[in-house]
Design a protein around this ligand. Structure first.
Ligand SMILES: O=C(O)CCC(=O)C(=O)O
Length: 285
């Protein structure tokens, strides 16, 4: 995507609004794909097949990715993806999940689902999305190797509407491409009828006030988080959000666990707009 050209961003946002998803073809190069595959290789030895139909009995999943395969940070904070997320989620959105899914030959279709269930909050669909997901193809997604399948327009559907087979569309895209979709879009991993694997990575992002699907600050503890950019640290949850303190640990900013010298806004003499607006909304009695 040419992020300098606002028309590209607008057209992706329009597609997401209309269909619930958009595809960014060839967003990373083969060198990065090769590096990520090499980092993941020790964890994809066929020893840990999925435990149920959702994980996929003929699939392997790798979790806690930023503690295992550091190059994956490059796709989690890919500027083209973040440019879209910045328009779809409130500031300070979080990384909710980030996992690799290697779909082996023989895999059957995954159950159709949405990604932003948000702990069963009592808001039935149709509703606003609580999250946005991405699925990166590290192998070509083809007609028969288990390409992700989506149901265009289902981000507007009511809770009980089921997709018919002719409403499902395969995401066929070359390795290095990414599909970005709303958390309310119905989708699933496809059946792998080919003779080769289909490797994907799915970073999923959520509103800042929600619980992350993976407990990210335990999956990527401060000693590991310290090797990444500030943006990745914030996405993991080493941040606080307005009104000023949600996310604190032991009364201090969680960045202090990574950098003991970290100075918060007030120590730096900056306004804390969140605290100000919180105080306005809750005047002392
Ligand atoms: O593997 C895929 O293509 C989709 C996986 C997925 O949607 C999930 O596990 O949440």
């Amino acid at each position: 995507m040419d992020t300098a050209n606002p028309q590209y961003l607008t057209s992706h946002l329009e597609r997401i609004e209309a269909e619930g998803f958009t595809i960014l073809p060839n967003a990373i190069d083969t060198d990065l794909i090769r590096t990520i595959k090499a980092e993941l290789a020790p964890y994809l030895q066929g020893l840990h097949p999925g435990r149920n139909d959702f994980e996929g009995l003929y699939s392997e999943r790798v979790y806690a990715l930023l503690s295992k395969a550091p190059s994956i940070a490059k796709i989690i904070e890919h500027p083209d993806v973040l440019a879209i997320l910045d328009r779809l989620l409130p500031v300070d959105y979080l990384l909710s999940a980030a996992l690799a899914i290697n779909v082996h030959p023989g895999e059957t279709p995954q159950p159709m689902h949405i990604d932003d269930n948000a702990g069963n909050l009592p808001f039935a669909r149709p509703r606003a999305h609580f999250g946005v997901s991405t699925i990166w193809a590290l192998d070509d997604f083809t007609e028969d190797n288990g390409a992700t399948e989506v149901v265009p327009g289902s981000h507007r559907w009511a809770e009980d509407r089921q997709a018919k087979e002719d409403e499902i569309r395969q995401i066929i895209m070359p390795a290095g491409s990414v599909v970005v979709f709303l958390g309310t879009l119905l989708h699933r991993g496809g059946a792998n009828r080919a003779t080769t694997d289909r490797l994907a990575i799915t970073p999923q992002y959520c509103m800042p006030g929600l619980r992350q699907i993976e407990n990210m600050t335990l999956a990527v503890p401060p000693t590991r988080a310290g090797q990444y950019s500030k943006k990745i640290q914030e996405l993991l949850g080493y941040n606080t959000i307005d009104p000023g303190f949600m996310g604190y640990v032991d009364g201090v900013h969680p960045q202090r666990l990574i950098d003991p010298d970290y100075q918060g806004r007030r120590a730096r003499g900056l306004d804390s707009p969140g605290l100000a607006s919180f105080a306005d909304a809750h005047p002392p009695q």
